[in-house]
Design a protein around this ligand. Sequence first.
Ligand code: ATP
Ligand code: MG
Length: 455
Amino acid sequence: MTEGRERPAAPDSVRWVIRKLEQAGFETWAVGGVVRDALAGRRADADWDLATRARPEQVRGVFRRVVPIGLEHGTVGVLTRGEMYEVTTFRRDVETFGRRATVEFADNIDEDLARRDFTINAIAWHPLRREMRDPFGGADDLAAGILRTVGDAGTRFAEDFLRILRALRFAGRFALALEPETWSALCEHRQHLADLSPERVREELTKTLRSAHPSRALSLYAASGVLPILYPELARCLNGRGDGRLDSWSAALQMVDIVSRRYPLARLACLLGGIGVPSGDVGEELPPEERAGMRAAELMERLRYSRADTEGVSALVRAAAASPEIGAGPALRRWLHQTRQMDRRHLFRIWIARARLDTVLGARNPEPAVLSRWRAVRAELATHPPLTLADLALSGRDLIEMGMRPGPGFGAVLAHLLDLVLDDPALNRGPILAFRARLYVDARARASRTSEWPS
Ligand code: ATP
Ligand code: MG
């Protein structure tokens, strides 16, 4: 029975789109995420996706403002006041081969629901008639806390291996147990995940990291054996020490949950936090934080993350793995210089998460220490200290005007000046730096001359 469960409250614009299509003679339903989320009692933050009997050209005939989003898949975007809704013609799968299905248009909603992946995703809702179409019992599965494929699990995963990751994500997001056949088919097909495009794997990870408690889905990645296939370096963080201490994977998962879902990149940095554990591979001689940063960057490059995200997250992983001591005065400014390329607020979010985890594990509450570090950073930044070469009151051009020739020695002069002003920001004035630059160059020249003579 689905009586008494939450129905999606369709906005007026959605009702308008459906009414227009039905007045033109085309049956139209709301489908997918929005129906499922409403039944699960979630605020409907999913998009309203509509399925209709109208063919794309017929949809275009009904509305004045349309966007051809994916005509070959039967999807037309319909624009209403400020909103766009995806209207997709009923489809059936005719041929599937592990990644993408060839679809053809169908005439009724039931066929369209049958090609969807899980029962909870195969429910249609008609907001005007207030009618639910749920041929596979998705509402009951949702209420009973079960994730189940539509039809034979093995067949459905073989049609599209991405469904394996979707299953883990939805199970985590709605705290569902995988129905036994779905679970065993999923585990059976996991090897094929290696054939998915990195972009699709990344997209799944990002969606998982945006959910309220990613640890649930991520634990299923580990339990199903998906982890070593997609993320072998993370699988190595799972250890069977059995000494009662948290392994680095479990600690990372708890930290991921503690950081707000608004910051998926900070969560990703938490997840990758344990990645520096020694494994006997190359790079073993590196300090652990360097090793962690390097492996994080490798993993993200493999998943084709943008360069900016890769650099930002690997810098966070490195900084989070290093000592949290930030010092004061010159040491603090040097630390600010080193961390100039990352979003330091993320680093503090990670530190706070670790502090909370430590508190749960019985350590004396280390959170005040993190907060006082944060205040120190804020206070120092408020004085706008020079932290980069670009902040120096003397530029490379000034050095040329002083008669120096551009060359390899140039960078050393500027680095020396930066070092001086990190020590004492009051030195950051043109004439002082010009003077100090000359002293430095002269001293170097003397040193190289004397070094020509054996002592
Ligand atoms: P969310 O957008 O919150 O991740 P969703 O259910 O809306 O969840 P989408 O990927 O937007 O997920 O897909 C919309 C609907 O299309 C799904 O609810 C499902 O019915 C169907 N669907 C999406 N991807 C697949 C797939 N790989 N195989 C079968 N059906 C799918
Ligand atoms: Mg969606």
